[in-house]
Design a protein around this ligand. Structure first.
Ligand code: SF4
Length: 234
């Protein structure tokens, strides 16, 4: 849950009171305030997928599509003990890998993507997960979201903002973007958010989307940025 809370006067402990920007203020005025308040509300936001090397980060991220991080972590606990190198994923029949990742859903497609990526890593990358956006998105089953997560978490390189379902929903509700295509949403966010915050703010938005700005009915009454949000229900 976020650290900030609204008071009776509608202000938050983290933000300024009536004199600050409101949800009717221009985006360039309210966005910095939203970013500041949410960063303070989720100071420990970080990736929830467990990994100990770039290959594990890549595989876990592929498995996380349409699946909770908790379930992925349960599956990868055994998976990463069995498959330690890209070659290991190619050594077994695809059906066996699909069975091993079945609890994460869409298992046939995910097994195909993992093996496709591993084949390219072995054949063209000398067995190493690539370290550039260009090379990562060339891997089968890897789009910018996955590439951003792998680059940021495994290599400490920040080239963009990973747009997952939470980042997309929260950004739209906050009026940070009017787009629905992930690449366009990312472009809007990169213009709005200072580059030094791109990596951490991704996880701030994800945590806020999980804890408060949930999909079905956002909990606006306990949201620290409700007075700055054009979609607020309160
Ligand atoms: S006010 Fe409501 S819709 Fe806006 S960010 Fe907060 S929870 Fe989401």
């Amino acid at each position: 849950m976020p650290a900030g809370r609204r008071g009776r006067d509608g202000a938050t402990r983290d933000g300024p009171t009536e004199r600050g920007p409101t949800r009717d203020s221009p985006l360039e005025e309210r966005a910095p305030e939203v970013i500041r308040i949410l960063r303070r509300a989720y100071p420990d936001a970080k990736v929830a997928l467990r990994f100990s090397n770039p290959l594990e980060m890549l595989v876990a991220t592929i498995l996380s599509a349409q699946c909770t991080d908790e379930r992925v972590n349960r599956v990868t606990e055994g998976l990463f003990a069995k498959y330690r190198t890209p070659e290991d994923y190619l050594r077994v029949p695809e059906e066996e890998l699909a069975r091993d990742v079945k609890p994460t859903g869409f298992f046939n497609q995910k097994a195909k993507s993992i093996r496709g990526a591993c084949r390219r890593i072995v054949e063209e990358g000398g067995g190493e997960v690539p370290r550039t956006m260009e090379e990562l998105v060339a891997l089968p089953g890897v789009a910018r979201k996955t590439a951003n997560i792998v680059l940021g978490n495994a290599f400490g390189k920040v080239e963009g903002i990973a747009v997952d379902t939470h980042v997309r929903r929260v950004s739209q509700r906050l009026g940070f973007t009017g787009e629905s295509d992930p690449d366009r949403i990312e472009r809007d966010l990169m213009e709005l958010i200072p580059k030094r915050h791109w990596f951490s703010f991704t996880y701030v938005l994800i945590d806020h989307g999980r804890a408060v700005c949930v999909a079905r009915r956002p909990r606006c009454e306990e949201c620290p940025v409700s007075r700055l949000c054009p979609s607020s229900l309160v």
